[in-house]
Write a protein that binds this ligand. Structure first.
Ligand code: GRF
Length: 190
């Protein structure tokens, strides 16, 4: 198993995408292992799952640092022992700056619940509904300093139904996210 790539996953909350990546690694669908899961919130529900799977976790609370750069230095330090090949942002609610991103060129991925370049930023499902779109979906993309703007690796599309709410559309997209993220990682690693 020496050729397994090492992943870090950054979360802030529920962590359902993190779980789908861990499960894909453990079932052999991705030739990788999750080396560390980092949360910027101690109360992130996803941390419990990681601990139950005996995956190392670290909590690095951005509020403990005087600047984005010092927070990012702490992230970097936490990663240092693990020889990580890829960093997967999975519901990580902090914007990373060039200070961190330039240290990991084409090594940081994110998943966003819209068909980028449409609907960047917060509440993309609500934005899609308000724009009267007939379809939406999710995008896995490389992270660059400009928010939600890096090259797209893979997208999955879902229909928008007439009676959709933000919740119902989010749930339909999330189901696709859970296959899209592992597929995108496999694509990159192969
Ligand atoms: C997902 O919808 C993801 O696309 C967005 O934040 C949400 C995180 O959900 N970036 P989870 O924490 O992975 O369950």
């Amino acid at each position: 198993m020496a050729d397994l790539k090492k992943l870090a996953i950054f979360i802030s909350g529920r962590g359902s995408n993190m779980q789908s990546i861990v499960n894909a690694c453990q079932s052999g669908k991705i030739p990788a292992e999750v080396a560390i899961i980092i949360s910027n919130r101690a109360d992130a529900a996803g941390l419990e799952f990681a601990k139950n799977k005996n995956i190392p976790t670290a909590v690095i609370n951005h509020k403990d640092f005087p600047s984005r750069a010092t927070f990012e230095d702490a992230l970097q330090q936490a990663l240092a022992p693990y020889n990580v090949d890829l960093i997967c942002l999975a519901g990580f609610m902090r914007v990373l700056t060039d200070h961190f991103i330039t240290k990991w060129p084409e090594k940081i991925l994110n998943i966003h619940p819209s068909l980028l370049p449409k609907f960047k930023g917060l509440h993309p499902q609500r934005q899609a509904l308000e724009a009267g779109e007939s379809e939406s979906g999710c995008s896995v993309h490389y992270v660059v300093p400009e928010l939600d703007s890096g090259p797209v690796i893979l997208q999955k599309t879902v229909p928008i139904e007439a009676d959709d709410t933000e919740e119902s559309l989010s749930a339909r997209i999330l189901e696709q996210e859970h296959t899209a993220y592992p597929e995108a990682i496999r694509k990159i690693l192969s």
